[in-house]
Design a protein around this ligand. Structure first.
Ligand SMILES: Cc1cc2nc3c(=O)[nH]c(=O)nc-3n(C[C@H](O)[C@H](O)[C@H](O)COP(=O)(O)OP(=O)(O)OC[C@H]3O[C@@H](n4cnc5c(N)ncnc54)[C@H](O)[C@@H]3O)c2cc1C
Length: 454
């Protein structure tokens, strides 16, 4: 069957746009080694080509896995034999940047970094940033409703999207590429596609909202006396009128020590030995310095480093963005949670206690976007942990809903969290999700098995 599809797809798009065999195995599979398992991929260059392919797939019951940069962390881009991968890197044009209206129209395969560099020429920013910026695409970020380091200021991807163009599974093109933020036209259908992880259609173009760019004046690494002190300091920095807080990231002390030592940055590792740490970026160096001095006197922080140059700044961010902990514990269990800031200290203390009571040998690491309460937790042990997933996840999710938190923050559901979605969601919401999936994708060809369990 596959050679037949391959020949027909070559007929539709040309041989240059269809890959299989060696031509495909030389492609970087990205975060999940199984992403390319389908063995057959198309690289459309226009919305019409996407529509032609989906029309073909729909008519022949061929299921499609959309892929952007393949940096997704929950298995949503994984493919299997008998499926077709739709790679979006052939649609990577920046169509227009409107520096007066503060919008950009861009094709889905454009990477975040490419778009950010282009809009910076106009003194603007996309208002969203994440570690995978060089590879993650705008389409993939829309499909996962990505969040990242600036979400406490600008919201996640959903809040950056003004308009979308989408190809539906039957090949129809849904044109909603509005360029204004106020556009009330009944049901806002495009919202369904943001965060749908490729299960409803293919995003081909998007209109993004831009904001004035502010250079990071100063970056500081601080050791917090405890998590609640860090949250108090965050709120205080956020409220200052002389200068602006641009980033606020949290790291558990053991994450800082392990990651810094991995990079040979022993002096930075000592920050982690004192406890949880935060990175703050603020526009005005003098104001940040004065505030950290006050925080020290008041007993909110025990140490602080103000980066003197780019090299020091890079070293601090490397501790946050590198994956040293996951290299050290390749079999750990990952969670991506949202916790209201008011309950975050209590939640972490209680989780430590629950995990210790369950198994004193497990270690809890976390990093997070402090400003919006997003915690990336890993529960590690120098041994495979997969068999313990059910027991550990029950401990991680315990009391989360009661605190007002959510089991899934910014990485999406994909394959990894389908069970948790089924367990944690309101049954009415789940039933509506299934109805919507059936309505938009009646033949079930769009990224089947992702988000919703079959
Ligand atoms: C180092 C690193 C740091 C990260 N940091 C963050 C972070 O801070 N915040 C955060 O939110 N995420 C983060 N991520 C996760 C990841 O970068 C995001 O999920 C990103 O949005 C995925 O984009 P992508 O282009 O790689 O999509 P892919 O991984 O290729 O695909 C992800 C999902 O989107 C679908 N998809 C892709 N393109 C389209 C399209 N055009 N139309 C419809 N569906 C499509 C796929 O089918 C899949 O379901 C990080 C990942 C890494 C590796």
């Amino acid at each position: 069957m596959a050679p037949l599809h391959s020949e027909r797809l070559i007929g539709l798009l040309g041989a240059h746009a269809v890959r299989s065999g060696e031509a495909l195995s030389s492609v970087d599979a990205g975060f999940d080694p199984a992403n390319l398992d389908a063995g057959l991929a198309v690289l459309p260059r226009t919305t019409q080509e996407v529509a032609d392919v989906l029309g073909y797939c729909s008519a022949h019951g061929l299921s499609v896995v959309p892929q952007g940069g393949r940096t997704g962390l929950s298995g949503a881009a994984r493919s299997a034999h008998g499926q077709l991968i739709m790679m979006m890197q052939g649609m990577a044009q920046i169509v227009a940047i409107d520096a007066v209206s503060h919008t950009a129209i861009v094709e889905a395969g454009c990477t975040l970094q490419t778009l950010e560099e282009a809009v910076r020429q106009h003194g603007l920013t996309c208002g969203i940033d994440l570690g995978a910026r060089g590879t993650a695409t705008i389409g993939g970020m829309i499909a996962t409703n990505a969040g990242g380091q600036e979400a406490f200021r600008f919201g996640p991807m959903r809040q950056r999207i003004v308009g979308l163009e989408i190809v539906l599974p039957d090949g129809r093109v849904l044109g909603d590429l509005t360029q204004v933020i106020k556009a009330n036209g009944g049901y806002d259908i495009k919202q369904l596609f943001i965060g749908s992880e490729g299960t409803l259609g293919i995003v081909t173009r998007a209109c993004l909202r831009l904001s004035p760019y502010e250079a990071p004046g100063t970056t500081a690494l601080v050791s917090l006396v405890d998590l609640n002190s860090g949250i108090r300091l965050f709120r205080r920095l956020e409220a200052l009128s002389h200068g602006r807080l641009l980033r606020a990231e949290l790291m558990s002390g053991n994450h800082v020590s392990l990651s810094a030592r991995d990079h040979g940055a022993d002096a930075l590792a000592e920050f982690g030995e004192q406890g949880d740490c935060a990175i703050f970026e603020f526009t005005d160096q003098a104001v940040l310095e004065a505030e950290l001095g006050l925080a020290f006197e008041e007993g909110l922080i025990s140490d602080a480093l103000l980066c003197k140059n780019e090299k020091e700044r890079d070293a601090v961010w490397k501790i946050r963005e590198d994956w040293a902990v996951d290299r050290a514990f390749p079999h750990g269990l990952w969670f991506d949670l949202s916790v209201p800031l008011a309950g975050m200290g209590t939640y972490i203390d209680a989780l430590h206690a629950r995990l210790h009571a369950h198994d004193p040998a497990v270690q809890l690491f976390y990093i997070g976007h402090l400003g919006d309460g997003n915690l990336h937790i890993t529960v590690n042990k120098p041994a495979p942990m997969t068999a313990h997933y059910k027991a550990i996840s029950a401990l991680v999710y315990e009391e989360l809903t009661a605190l007002g938190g959510f089991f899934s923050a910014e990485h999406g559901i994909g394959l990894e969290k389908r069970e948790a979605l089924a367990e944690q969601s309101d049954p009415v919401k789940l039933a509506l999700m299934r109805d919507i999936k059936r309505l938009i994708d009646p033949s079930g060809i769009m990224n089947p098995g992702k988000v919703l369990q079959p």
